[in-house]
Design a protein. Structure first.
Length: 257
């Protein structure tokens, strides 16, 4: 045997049998490979089918009405008319309630406003609240201490007769029940001492207040006889801010229910 003999060739693997057409079709369909475009088409088809189903149901309902008897249709229309009428009545009732509430609210607000205004006016007259407005300032200088309390009281009376609405003498609020006592140079108003010069701050119509003091034989001339001087100054804003404590009556009560 020769030493250069060629070794035998390695055995070749058997060739795979060729697939049939059916096998190639199955391999192409399974497992399924869904693309994005296919998914979108599937969703659109689903939505279209759902819409068709709803349309069919609606058509079936309309068909039920079309197939109803005339008496049933008349009954349905009557019920709809009755319901509409009830709703209109309810709307009318609610509108009436709304208007009534608005009117009641307006009336209550007006009553409250009038009450507050009346309370303010009574407070001004009673001297329990401050007041401001047009008026005059009357300054009485008494260097000889000769002005008697009754002269000052006459001044108050003249001012009230001329339409004074609020009066303050120095730091004392003058009201309907105020009184002047003492003697010349030592005058007291409601028990409180006031000293010259006396300053009257008066709220009212200046065109009426000033002439009332300057009439012939009036307060100004009467004070001049006592060697006192009286100066009247008009102003568009007089502030009367001296206050009196609110007093509660011991026996009197309101007679209104």
């Amino acid at each position: 045997m020769s030493n250069h003999e060629t070794p035998p060739a390695a055995p070749q693997p058997p060739e795979a049998p060729e697939k049939t057409g059916r096998q190639r079709l199955v391999a192409g369909l399974w497992p399924p490979r869904v693309t994005r475009a296919q998914l979108v088409v599937a969703l659109l088809l689903f939505g279209l089918g759902l819409g068709l189903a709803i349309q069919v149901r609606s058509t079936s309902d309309d068909g039920a009405l079309r197939g109803a008897r005339q008496e049933d249709l008349v009954r349905i229309l009557d019920e709809l008319d009755d319901r509409t009428e009830r709703l209109e009545d309810e709307r009318t009732r609610l509108d009436a309630q709304r208007r009534e509430l608005e009117n009641s609210s307006d009336q209550a607000e007006e009553a409250r406003r009038q009450t507050e205004e009346r309370e303010r006016q009574l407070g001004v007259l009673a001297g329990t609240v401050a007041a401001e407005g047009p008026g005059i300032t009357l300054d009485i200088d008494d260097p000889l201490r000769a002005v008697e309390p009754d002269k000052l009281l006459d001044t108050i009376q003249e001012l009230r007769a001329a339409g004074a609405e609020a009066i303050q003498v120095n730091d004392v609020r003058v009201v309907a029940g105020s009184y002047f006592t003492g003697e010349a140079g030592a005058v007291e108003v409601d028990g409180r001492a006031v000293r010259a010069p006396y300053r009257f701050k008066v709220i009212g119509k200046p065109q009426d207040l000033e002439p009332a003091l300057n009439i012939p034989g009036g307060i100004v001339q009467s004070l001049e006889k006592e060697q006192a001087t009286a100066t009247v100054t008009r102003s568009e804003k007089i502030v009367v801010d001296a206050l009196r404590p609110a007093e509660r009556p011991d026996y009197a009560r309101s007679s209104s229910p």
